[in-house]
Structure formats: C-alpha cells, structure tokens
Unconditional design. Structure first.
Length: 189
C-alpha cells in the first residue's frame, strides 16, 4: 500500500478557528436523516459552505451522497457522541471525524454494526488498540506523518479513505449538492 500525504490546507484554512464534524455512513441520505429522527421532506438543497461563516444555519445538518455512502456535515458534533454513532452504524459501517483546531481537539471513530472498532482522539487515544485491519494503514500514516500531527492535518482523511474508499477533497465537497435541515437533539446519554 502506498499512501500519499493529504492536502487539507483548504479545510484548515477555512475552518481553523471553527469546529467541524464529518460523518460517513454506508446508507442513503434519507435513511441517515430518518435514523437521526429527522424528516427528509423538511430538508432543502444547497451547497457545501465556502467557510464556517457561510454555514446555512447553526443547527442545520448537511447530507449528500458519495457513491454508496452518505456524507454528513454535522454542526453539533454528533459524530463524537458514542451513543449516536453506534446506533447509526447498526447494520452498516460508519466513520466520523471532528476537529476544533483552535483548541487542538481532534476525534476519529470507526464503527461497524453498532460497535466502535477504533477511536482516536482527545479523550480516548487509540481506544482498545489498533485493529489488525488498520495496522498497515497506521504504519503508513506514521511514515508519511512522522511528527505526529493532529488527525485533522491529514491522517484522519487517510484513515477515512482506507475505510470508505472516499478521498475527501475540496472539489468533491464543494461540487456536491447537500440537503440541509434540522434533526432533533439526541437524548443525553
């Protein structure tokens, strides 16, 4: 396996002082919205925001299809809530990544069928160790990023590509039409 460093300068530049959370789930956008308790008919189309200040609403969730996957732009960090992501992943695979660069907060989760397989972040760095399926990928990431940058500076996106087959780029996100809407606040866990 030969991985290439990931250029996330567009993301770090535009969102450097804001938080963002991306969720990737192998399901349709309609299924994802329904699993989150939302109503698909209440979502409206719009572009990916050019920067954090252009977000269509503080509480709005954006979803779009990328192949067999749904990409979720999540303003409320649902992707860091273990109760939410494990429930969303029942019967499928889910990968989430979130960052608040100004505070150095960084989270990554990989879930399969309701269980967290791998978590890396501020609270639980390398939760339960690295699964065998990620050992080669993690070794390659360590080779590419020997100074151990934050996940949002590239490593998370290489893990995402490995687990989903999606190489997230500025062109991919800004060239997609998102559906924007609000889902109910999950119950406190």
């Amino acid at each position: 396996m030969t991985m290439q460093p990931f250029d996330v300068s567009w993301l770090c530049g535009e969102y450097a002082e804001e938080c963002y959370s991306f969720i990737y789930i192998r399901a349709t956008p309609e299924q994802v919205v329904a699993r989150l308790g939302g109503r698909w008919e209440d979502f409206t189309p719009g572009p990916f925001p050019d920067d954090a200040d252009d977000h269509p609403g503080f509480e709005s969730l954006g979803v779009t299809s990328i192949g067999d996957w749904t990409f979720v732009f999540d303003p409320d960090w649902l992707g860091t809530r273990e109760d939410v992501i494990t429930e969303l992943s029942v019967g499928t695979r889910l990968v989430s990544q979130a960052a608040l660069a100004i505070k150095g907060l960084d989270y990554f989760h990989w879930c399969e069928d309701g269980e967290i397989r791998f978590a890396w972040g501020v609270d639980d760095e390398h939760l339960a160790g690295t699964p065998d399926e990620l050992a080669d990928t993690m070794a390659e990431i360590d080779r590419i990023y020997p100074s151990s940058p934050h996940l949002y500076e590239g490593p998370a996106f290489l893990l995402i590509e490995h687990l989903t087959g999606i190489r997230v780029t500025e062109q991919l996100l800004k060239g997609s039409t998102f559906m924007w809407g609000i889902v109910p606040e999950p119950a406190a866990s």
